[in-house]
Design a protein around this ligand. Structure first.
Ligand code: HEC
Length: 166
């Protein structure tokens, strides 16, 4: 059965509700007796754990599988995540996150772009190792030397196929 018309109607109804409450606070009213809620603000650690670590792993897995289209996508996603992270958290412990990112990851990410363009597995492996070393250099600089990044040995994503030609 095609559920689309019902979904469209629901979305339209929600938009009407939204329009009629324009200018009112957007949070749901709290049931009595419960403390007021606050939006959860991600820490830098949350963002590393959620956006950067899986994408770094996926990039490695895509490169090992010589899936160049997926690898190019993963590099772009890492760049995009960092651009957002730098906006969300420009300083960590008083240090400029954007400048540290450029210094630590700028060159390795460019080397990865080149390796992917050339479809060169050796060059990719070297550039990927440089990327991980860049991650670790920033962790050292920002007092997290115990967060050690390395090339993944296995996939942590059972529901994603890293082989090319899908
Ligand atoms: C600009 C500096 C910087 C760069 C570059 C950087 N990190 Fe981080 N990373 C940090 C800091 C600082 C923390 C600790 C943040 C905190 O605890 O709030 C961290 C924490 C982490 C953590 C631990 C999160 C957790 O909850 O376990 C992981 C994993 C991580 N980074 C992965 C990476 C990877 C992968 C890269 C490279 C692609 C990278 N980071 C590049 C600064 C950086």
């Amino acid at each position: 059965m095609n559920k689309r018309p019902a979904l469209v109607a629901t979305v339209a109804a929600l938009m009407l509700v939204g329009a009629s409450s324009a200018g009112l606070p957007q949070t749901a009213p709290q049931p009595e007796g419960l403390p007021a809620t606050a939006p959860y603000l991600m820490t830098l650690g949350d963002m590393m754990n959620t956006f950067i670590q899986p994408r770094h792993a996926k990039l490695g897995l895509a490169g090992q599988a010589q899936n160049w289209a997926l690898a190019a996508y993963a590099v772009a996603e890492i760049r995009q995540s960092f651009a957002g992270i730098i906006k969300a958290q420009p300083k960590f412990g008083g240090m400029p996150v954007g400048e540290l990112f450029d210094a630590a990851l700028g060159q390795p990410l460019n080397a990865l772009d080149a390796a992917i363009k050339d479809q060169d597995p050796q060059h990719f492996a070297k550039a990927y190792d440089q990327l991980s070393q860049g991650c670790n250099a920033c962790h050292m600089e920002l007092n997290h030397p115990f967060v050690v990044i390395k090339t993944p040995e296995a996939s942590a994503f059972p529901n994603q196929d890293f082989k090319p030609g899908q």
